[in-house]
Design a binder for this molecule. Structure first.
Ligand SMILES: Nc1ncnc2c1ncn2[C@@H]1O[C@H](COP(=O)(O)OP(=O)(O)OP(=O)(O)O)[C@@H](O)[C@H]1O
Ligand SMILES: O=C(O)C1=C[C@@H](O)[C@@H](O)[C@H](O)C1
Ligand SMILES: [Mg+2]
Length: 166
C-alpha cells in the first residue's frame, strides 16, 4: 500500500513535491501520468490529441488502480484522476494529501504557454474553472489538505514528511 497518495490540480506540485517527499521518506515516486505515457509510448498531451479525453480517463482509471495496488512509496495522481468514481472509492483506503493551489500560483507554475491539453487557449480561465469545479472533489478524498501558495516545493515536502510520519 502506498505511504501517501498526492492529489490536486495541475501546478499543485504533485510530481515535484512527490519526488522530494519520496526521497525524504527513502521510497520511490510513482506518477500515474508517467505510467500512462510510458505504456502508450507518447505524452499525455498526444494521447489527448490522438485518442481523446474519454480514452485517457479509461486508461487513467486502470493506471491508478494498478499504482495503488502495487506501489509502496509515494503515488502522485494526474489532476483529473479523482473524477472517476472507482478511483474515489479506492482512495478511501489510503492516506491522501490534497495539495491546494490558488489560480495565480497555478498559472505561474504551469506557464501561460502550457502544453497541457485541458488548458489550451485560455490558461488562466481554464485553471480557474477547473479549480472551482474540482476543489470539493479533492477535499472529499483528502486525509490532509496542504496549502502550497507562496511556498517552495521543498517547504511543502517538509510539512508532508512531518504529517505522514505523525
Ligand atoms: N511549491 C512550489 N513552488 C514553486 N514552484 C513549484 C512548486 N511546486 C511545483 N512547482 C513548479 O510548478 C511546475 C508544475 O509542478 P508539477 O509538474 O509538480 O505539478 P503537478 O501537480 O504534477 O501538475 P500535473 O497535474 O500537470 O502533472 C513545475 O515547474 C514545478 O517545478
Ligand atoms: O487536470 C487534469 O485533468 C489533467 C492533469 C494532468 O495531470 C494530466 O493527467 C492531464 O493533462 C489531465
Ligand atoms: Mg504531475
Amino acid at each position: 500500500m502506498p505511504a501517501v497518495v498526492l492529489v490536486g490540480p495541475m501546478g499543485a506540485g504533485k510530481s515535484t513535491v512527490g519526488a522530494l517527499l519520496a526521497s525524504r521518506l527513502g521510497v520511490t515516486l510513482r506518477d500515474t501520468d508517467q505510467d500512462i505515457a510510458a505504456a502508450a509510448g507518447k505524452s499525455v498531451q498526444d494521447i489527448f490529441v490522438d485518442e481523446g479525453e474519454e480514452h485517457f480517463r479509461r486508461v487513467e482509471e486502470e493506471a491508478v488502480a494498478a499504482a495503488l495496488a502495487e506501489h509502496d512509496g509515494v503515488v502522485s495522481l494526474g489532476g483529473g484522476a479523482v473524477l472517476a468514481d472507482q478511483t474515489r472509492i479506492l482512495l478511501k483506503e489510503h492516506t491522501v494529501v490534497y495539495l491546494r493551489v490558488g489560480v495565480a500560483d497555478a498559472v505561474k507554475r504551469v506557464g501561460l504557454g502550457s502544453g497541457r491539453p485541458l488548458l489550451l487557449g485560455n490558461v488562466r480561465g481554464r485553471i480557474k474553472a477547473l479549480l472551482e469545479e474540482r476543489a470539493p472533489i479533492y477535499e472529499s478524498v483528502a486525509t490532509f489538505v496542504v496549502d502550497t501558495d507562496n511556498r517552495s516545493a521543498e517547504d511543502v515536502a517538509d510539512e508532508l514528511v512531518e504529517k505522514v510520519r505523525a
